[in-house]
Design a protein around this ligand. Structure first.
Ligand code: AMP
Length: 194
């Protein structure tokens, strides 16, 4: 099963992806996590991406496309994967389609977590507070000022993917404002039809 989780920052993509990993045994491919790992390891990609990420802007398509292309060739992706935070631009969407086509594979579904913008800043602040309380590192971009920029980037560059996947007949929406368990139930009901 090859899925994309689509939605603005703070919509709950990561949380739901983790549940799908546990239930279906396929990996979560989060470009945000991969980029943060590259920043931490101070790789060439990490050095290029750091300032862009800290500002809440999008890293170049070329960088993320290359990371994903390499990742989906790994053996653990053979049975499928969940793309979380990728694609985020139309160019990335075209790229993932080409990557899969090359391998004779296709996407099964794109699930949009439909959320109310006004609730998102609160979620991000909560995520930062919880990380701090648990002694985990707090993401630099999880603050209200950078969050506004991340949301702008989402509407400008990522939201057009909703129409793109709708036109391909791949889009399904779930109410992302419901409880975490309820969102999971909605997603599982959609996947039962795949
Ligand atoms: P996330 O963890 O998905 O919220 O991503 C954190 C940051 O990583 C984003 O604000 C971007 O700077 C960068 N990033 C993650 N995924 C992508 C992507 N697909 N395209 C461009 N930039 C990305």
């Amino acid at each position: 099963m090859r899925l994309i989780l689509l939605g603005p920052p703070g919509a709950g993509k990561g949380t739901q992806a983790q549940r799908l990993v546990d239930k279906h045994g396929i990996p979560q491919l989060s470009t945000g996590d991969m980029l943060r790992a590259a920043v931490k390891a101070e790789t060439e990609i990490g050095k290029k991406a750091k300032a862009v990420m800290d500002a809440g802007e999008l890293v170049s398509d070329a960088i993320v496309n290359a990371i994903v292309s390499e990742r989906i060739d790994q053996p653990d992706c053979a049975r499928g994967f969940i793309l979380d935070g990728y694609p985020r631009t139309l160019a990335q969407a075209d790229s993932v389609e080409a990557m899969l086509q090359d391998k004779g594979l296709k996407l099964d579904m794109v699930i949009e977590l439909v959320v109310d913008d006004k609730a998102l800043v609160g979620r991000i602040v909560k995520r930062a507070e919880e990380a701090q309380a648990a002694g985990q590192p707090v993401r630099k971009d999880d603050n209200p000022v950078v969050f506004e920029e991340r949301l702008r980037e989402y509407y400008k560059k990522t939201a057009p993917l909703i129409g793109y996947y709708h036109a391909k007949g791949l889009l399904a929406g779930v109410d992302g404002m419901a409880s975490i368990d309820d969102v999971t139930t909605q997603i599982e009901a959609l996947l039962a039809k795949v």
